[in-house]
Design a protein around this ligand. Structure first.
Ligand code: SAH
Ligand code: TRP
Length: 324
């Protein structure tokens, strides 16, 4: 069959806008101000994230790639998949190791990248269509709401890499895994990438690099609000803060107001007051243990088949199937 690429868009501009407005109202008017991470990833945000993955301090991407380098063959063998689905796919760079392994086994038929960031998704999907000569069905959606829009045909390997699951709160994580489990059948497999608990200095450095790229990425969410809602944030009036929450075992990213300031958000008719030193929480990045991953997967209806770490034991890839 000739290679074909389709793009299914499930976040229409007005639905996106309604969701953004709701998140900004409830998040910025709350006692502890917070914004969900989905809004980081406009085109600039996706490019900045790509830069993060190459920083010396950001070990996650290299660790996960080294596992895929060694074990992609075994991973695709165990699942026997002909269709690779990728959630939060971004540039799908590491994913090519899985596509290569599937192609080498002569089984690769279809790739389904799924992301909220349409521009980056289109570029990656287009490139993979040309390189691999396969059917690529790109889905633009929110993985909290649109898992049901993912094609069900084929034997599927559903990859969720980059420790993106760590950016969900524990409640969101459990709901997401349960929904995902319900969308899968006996021959489907889940491949989940999670960052592991480790020395806090290394963790903190990974989210507060010397070149300031993560700080720029964090502040980018303010520019998104400026562009999309006519807000008047001055990003330089906020300090990038990364801290380690020992109780929850997550990194927390915050934007700390450098002064007392009132920010107008024109299109919402809102004025939001920040005190000097007040934080806006923008992201958590949970660090798990292998036991915790297995337990949480089990609670959502999955059975772990096998897992792999890199030589340093920094990162974990887990292959699981649904009970049924
Ligand atoms: N998988 C890549 C990218 C990880 S960054 C890697 O491992 O390097 C997280 C990705 O998830 C981004 O591409 C972002 O646009 C996407 N994303 C974040 N929240 C999302 C959501 N709610 N629904 C769908 N995609 C989301
Ligand atoms: N999933 C990535 C992680 O938790 C996302 C990420 C990397 C990120 N660096 C960030 C999110 C900085 C917010 C800010 O590592």
């Amino acid at each position: 069959m000739a290679p074909t690429m389709t793009v299914d868009v499930h976040v229409a501009p007005d639905a996106r806008r309604t969701a953004l407005e709701a998140d900004v109202r409830s998040g910025l008017l709350a006692e502890q101000k917070t914004l969900p991470p989905i809004w980081f990833y406009d085109e600039r945000g996706s490019l900045l994230f790509d830069e993060i993955t190459r920083l010396p301090e950001y070990y996650l991407t290299r660790a996960e790639r080294s596992i895929l380098d060694r074990h992609a063959g075994a991973i695709v063998e165990l699942g026997g998949a002909d269709t690779l689905v990728e959630l939060g796919s971004g540039t799908s760079e590491k994913t090519r190791l899985l596509l290569d392994a599937m192609a080498a086994g002569g089984r690769l038929r279809r790739f389904v990248p799924f992301d909220v960031s349409e521009e980056v998704l289109r570029l990656a999907a287009d490139d993979i269509t040309k390189t691999y000569g396969i059917e690529v069905t790109a889905v633009v959606g929110d993985f909290h709401r649109h898992l049901g829009e993912i094609p069900r045909s084929g034997r599927r390997l559903v990859a969720f890499l980059g420790s993106t699951i760590g950016n969900l709160t524990p409640a969101e994580r459990s709901r997401f895994l349960t929904d995902l489990d319900e969308s899968m059948v006996f021959h489907d497999r889940l491949l989940l990438g999670t960052d592991l608990v480790k020395d806090r200095r290394r963790l903190l450095a990974a989210y507060d690099d010397d070149a300031g790229v993560t700080a720029e990425f964090n502040r980018n969410v303010l520019l998104v609000l400026n562009h999309e809602l006519g807000a008047h944030f001055d990003p330089s009036a906020f300090e990038h803060v990364a801290l380690w929450d020992e109780e929850h075992r997550w990194i927390e990213m915050r934007l700390r107001s450098r002064s007392d300031q009132i920010i107008e958000i024109e299109q919402l008719g809102l004025h939001v007051a920040f005190e000097a030193g007040e934080d806006l929480r923008t992201e958590i990045s949970a660090k798990l243990t292998a036991g915790q991953v297995e337990r949480e997967l089990g609670e959502a209806g999955f059975v772990v088949e096998r897992s792999w770490t890199d030589p340093a034991g920094d990162f974990l890839l887990t292959l699981a199937r649904t009970y049924c």
